[in-house]
Ligand binder design. Structure first.
Ligand code: NAD
Length: 253
């Protein structure tokens, strides 16, 4: 069912939240746009300005690594200034109330953790861009270290321990999905009675399979996104409104 207007939609969502015992949110870039971090596919989104650098290119070419890091540094002021949105804060309130055992996110911006959800309960399917790791031995680094090395040499640095490239701790196109996170996301999807897909165009797979898995496993499915998605027909409730406006009433005090 597509909610006809914001008010009745929020009311219906409130009823579904009250009736649910286990809620699993699944979030995409849309929950963070209110914080100033652009999403991928909206007009002005990251994809309209930069073609993503696939993993094999990053490994094969120093030029690609330099470009990837230049882009990351260019975004740093935006990421550093971003704070949790009304959407993040509403989910944190439901988490504190004991309704949410864990949250699945495609986002890499660390804002769910910043909103008060324990890092262990944030399942990051695509990693985290607020730190870096070696793609060989997985030794992790602060971004400030990468920046100072880059500034000193003009190139993306390699690992001090094993010499392999250092990359933001994110999953690029063409890179294997993290096994443990995929497993935990599947378990959460299968065991909830309300699944909230929030701010995702639901076109990046395999992540986009979790709303359907939850629905097949018996959960009610709610999609909150300001444009249609391919999965709207499977949802029990579609809220085609701004996320901040829709979830704002659930922020609490
Ligand atoms: P996407 O850009 O494909 O889709 C975002 C969706 O959110 C769009 O359909 C857009 O219309 C909607 N949206 C944007 N702002 C909204 C708002 N205020 N209210 C309601 N809807 C809104 O994002 P995706 O599905 O998450 O896939 C992109 C991939 O890019 C992700 O997997 C993620 O790894 C990465 N990414 C992450 C961030 C981040 O961490 N904040 C930002 C950009 C991209």
């Amino acid at each position: 069912m597509i909610a006809a207007d914001l008010r009745s939609g929020v009311e219906r969502l409130g009823d579904m939240i009250a009736q649910a015992s286990t809620i699993v949110p699944f979030t995409g870039a849309g929950i963070s746009t209110e914080s100033g971090i652009p999403d991928f596919r909206s007009p002005g989104g990251l994809w309209t300005s930069n073609r993503p650098i696939p993993f094999d290119e990053f490994i094969a070419s120093q030029d690609a690594r330099d470009e990837a890091w230049r882009r990351r540094f260019a975004m740093e002021a935006t990421f550093a200034a971003a704070t949790p949105t009304r959407g993040h804060r509403a989910l944190a309130a439901l988490y504190k109330a004991g309704k949410i055992p864990g949250l699945i996110t495609q986002n890499i911006d660390n804002l769910h953790q910043a909103s008060g959800i324990k890092p262990a309960d944030v399942i990051e399917l695509h990693g985290n861009t607020t730190y870096a790791c070696c793609i060989g031995c997985t030794k992790c680094y602060e971004l400030a270290w990468v920046k100072s090395e880059f500034d000193a040499s003009g190139h993306a640095p390699s690992c001090t321990r094993c010499g392999e490239p250092v990359k933001t701790a994110t999953i690029s196109f063409g890179q294997a999905m993290p096994e443990e996170e995929m497993q935990r996301a599947a378990e959460l999807s299968e065991s909830c009675d309300l699944f909230l897909a929030i701010g995702s165009s639901l076109v990046v797979w395999p992540a986009a399979g979790f709303p359907l898995l939850a629905k097949r496993s018996g959960a009610r499915l709610v999609i909150i996104n300001n444009e249609p998605t391919d999965q709207d027909e499977h949802a029990d409730l579609v809220l085609r409104f701004d996320i901040g406006e829709t979830l704002g009433p659930f922020v609490g005090n």
